[in-house]
Design a protein around this ligand. Structure first.
Ligand code: FES
Length: 151
């Protein structure tokens, strides 16, 4: 579990996290269509803007979502007392990202950037065969937008 971070009023949650040097991947560049800025709201849920339909759709596709999940790039802080938690894990953009870690044990879970799924659990050894299995995964975050526009 990550630790709670207080965020500033009148900003996107993401802006506050970046200002505090929190490590937040932004695979879609803040368009609300990926999982890489997923956070959990520990306190002050009512002080955030309500989720947009785009955010709701993206959250609905995420496997690790909770009732207090939000996308940091979409949630605007409207009041005081907001404390959020960044879920533990590292998002990858492609299977090859793990090649330099072959033979090492994961210190944190390896996560899918589209739906937040755990690809490799914490404390598991990264092997070439595991990476080969991941090569069939669709890591194209921007493809989520293209497919939603087709509907
Ligand atoms: S950066 Fe992709 S949803 Fe927020």
């Amino acid at each position: 579990m990550g630790e709670g971070v207080s965020v500033k009023t009148e900003s996107q949650v993401l802006d506050s996290l970046l200002a505090k040097n929190c490590n937040v991947a932004m695979a879609c560049g803040g368009q609300g269509i990926c999982a890489t800025c997923h956070v959990r709201v520990l306190e002050g849920h009512d002080s955030l803007s309500p989720p947009t339909s785009r955010e709701q759709r993206s959250l609905s596709l995420m496997t690790g979502r909770c009732s207090n999940s939000r996308l940091a790039c979409q949630a605007k802080v409207l009041g005081e007392g907001v404390v959020i938690e960044i879920p533990e894990g590292m998002y990858i953009e492609k299977a090859e990202d793990l090649m330099s870690l072959v033979g090492r044990r994961t210190k944190i879970p390896i996560l899918h950037p589209k739906d937040g799924r755990v690809l490799i659990r914490k404390n598991k050894i990264i092997t070439r065969s595991k990476i080969a299995q991941l090569e069939d995964e669709d890591f194209d975050v921007m493809g989520v937008r293209a497919s939603s526009e087709d509907v």
